[in-house]
Write a protein that binds this ligand. Structure first.
Ligand SMILES: CC(C)(COP(=O)(O)OP(=O)(O)OC[C@H]1O[C@@H](n2cnc3c(N)ncnc32)[C@H](O)[C@@H]1OP(=O)(O)O)[C@@H](O)C(=O)NCCC(=O)NCCS
Length: 253
């Protein structure tokens, strides 16, 4: 597709060119992807007070109310930064002001552009101090980013949520690489359930993906007869050393 985002719009926020590790605050960075029909953007959420104030002007009243319901200031800041960046990116795509975009939500909570639902697909994920955005005019999208420097019981989560074969594949990976492999598999699965819009109402053991981080990200099995694996493409997005991310694109009916 033609580039969706107006450069002049992004210039206002300081568009960056560089690696995912050296990006600056308030500067969404385009992440290269092996598909010209999908734009992937990465944003930092660790903004200072003035930057957060500048972001607030782009939000709707509902979003400002939601922001003010967060218990921790850190969560409020991250939400405002992530939502303002989403609106700036979509505004560039649709050539309308960020605060003029009307967002709707599906039954399972997936946001969409109320007036342009059929013409522009997007999805958002945030983890720690980063937000990841996917925008496409041709594919339904799901994106998932995870922060790697977390102490979680990944083996227990894998046993509970992964299929038996995914869990077995994870156990075969040497201990030193197992946590990264867990998050790799997790982002692949989350990206899929976010592309369908089901979220966790689609149990994660209803389909199987590749597990090894260096393996091509792919869906191997889908239990639902309505799902055709060729309709799906998964991409690994380079989001720096501390994060891992997957983009899922669905081109079926
Ligand atoms: C929404 C869901 C699909 C993903 O949530 P998550 O991984 O916690 O959060 P992410 O940052 O990746 O995604 C949240 C964003 O997805 C979007 N979203 C919400 N519901 C969605 C749905 N049904 N489908 C697609 N996207 C959805 C929203 O834009 C939301 O951001 P916002 O609230 O700021 O608008 C959730 O149902 C889920 O899977 N939660 C699991 C969380 C978990 O157990 N994590 C363990 C980590 S190892």
């Amino acid at each position: 597709m033609q580039s969706c985002t107006s450069v002049s719009n992004l210039a206002a926020t300081g568009k960056q060119i560089g690696t995912a590790d050296d990006m600056q605050p308030t500067a969404p960075k385009r992440i290269p992807l092996d598909d010209a029909a999908i734009e992937i953007w990465l944003a930092r959420l660790d903004l200072d007070t003035d930057q957060v104030r500048q972001c607030e002007v782009h939000l709707s009243q509902d979003e400002l109310l939601r922001a003010n319901r967060f218990h921790f200031e850190r969560d409020r800041r991250r939400f405002i930064a992530a939502r303002a960046t989403l609106r700036i990116l979509l505004g560039g795509c649709l050539a309308i002001k960020p605060d003029a975009i009307a967002l709707g939500y599906t039954r399972n909570g997936k946001p969409f552009i109320a007036d342009h639902a059929a013409s522009v697909h997007f999805n958002v994920s945030h983890a720690h101090e980063r937000a990841l955005y996917g925008i496409s005019k041709s594919s339904a999208l799901g994106v998932d980013i995870e922060y790697l420097n977390r102490d979680i019981d990944y083996s227990g989560l894998a046993e509970r949520f992964f299929t038996n074969r995914e869990y077995a594949a994870l156990q075969r990976i040497p201990e030193s690489g197992r946590k990264r492999a867990f998050f790799s598999c997790w982002t692949r699965k989350e990206a899929v359930i976010k592309a369908t819009g089901d979220g966790l109402s689609l149990p994660l053991d209803q389909f199987e993906v590749t597990v090894e981080p260096d393996a091509e990200p792919r869906i191997l099995i889908f239990a639902a007869a309505t799902q055709r694996i060729p309709d799906w493409t998964l991409y690994a997005a380079d989001v720096g050393n501390d994060y891992i991310a997957t983009v899922a694109a669905y081109r079926g009916k």
